[in-house]
Design a protein around this ligand. Structure first.
Ligand code: URA
Length: 209
């Protein structure tokens, strides 16, 4: 089964509390979602493999380290995943970005894919799927399935807030995928929102309510 890790660094927890507050403006919400995305990336990439590389400093030749292994694709799930994207790219500017569009039927809560544009070499890359809220797990499961259909073998999922049901749903359907969250919340309400959560992440990011 894939690992589920709550990244409880004090800076992440502090920033998450700010965006949970209902009075936090869209402007501040957007900035901090990006910052948390960057801090989470720092933690998620802690175990990236390194290789030796010969370089020359102004003082002479030396052997130093650089990141080895597969290149990364960041996969934000539209639209709220876009909020985390810049923060992740701040940490890994050379990553490519593959976008997948999902919307949730407000009655059935079922996700539907309406857009998918991936780099040509996505199958040879590691993918980090980002979406602020892991509620039922429907959208993330579908996004992960869409990547696997395109040959991707190495997938991680990063969310800000996870509901226990969402974590279970991903672990059941994609046991090879590790999940990272800034927090695991208590509950998934009947209307599909997480409690205490932070409300509708897309609306709060884009000021659309
Ligand atoms: N999507 C959101 O934006 N918020 C939730 O609480 C659940 C799903």
């Amino acid at each position: 089964m894939g690992k589920f890790t709550v990244l409880d660094h004090p800076l992440i927890q502090h920033k998450l509390t700010i965006i949970r507050r209902k009075e936090t403006s869209s402007n501040e919400f957007r900035r901090i979602v990006g910052e948390i995305g960057g801090l989470m990336t720092y933690e998620i990439t802690r175990d990236l493999p390194l290789k030796d590389v010969e370089i020359e400093t102004p003082m002479g030749k030396t052997t130093q380290k650089e990141i080895a292994g597969k290149k990364l694709t960041i996969v934000p799930i539209l639209r709220a995943g876009i909020g985390m994207l810049n923060g992740v790219l701040d940490m890994i500017p050379s990553a490519k970005v593959g976008v997948i569009g999902m919307f949730r039927d407000e009655e059935t809560l079922e996700p539907h894919e309406y857009f998918c544009k991936m780099p040509n070499d996505v199958a040879e890359r590691e993918c980090l799927v980002v979406d602020p809220m892991l509620a039922t797990g429907g959208s993330a499961n579908m996004a992960i399935a869409a990547l696997k259909k395109r040959g991707v073998k190495d997938i991680k999922l990063a969310v800000l807030v996870a509901a226990p049901d969402g974590v279970k749903a991903i672990q059941a359907e994609h046991p090879d995928v590790d999940i990272y969250a800034a927090a695991e919340d208590d509950d998934l309400l009947d209307n599909g929102y997480i409690f205490p959560g932070l409300g509708d992440a897309g609306d709060r990011l884009f000021g659309t309510k």
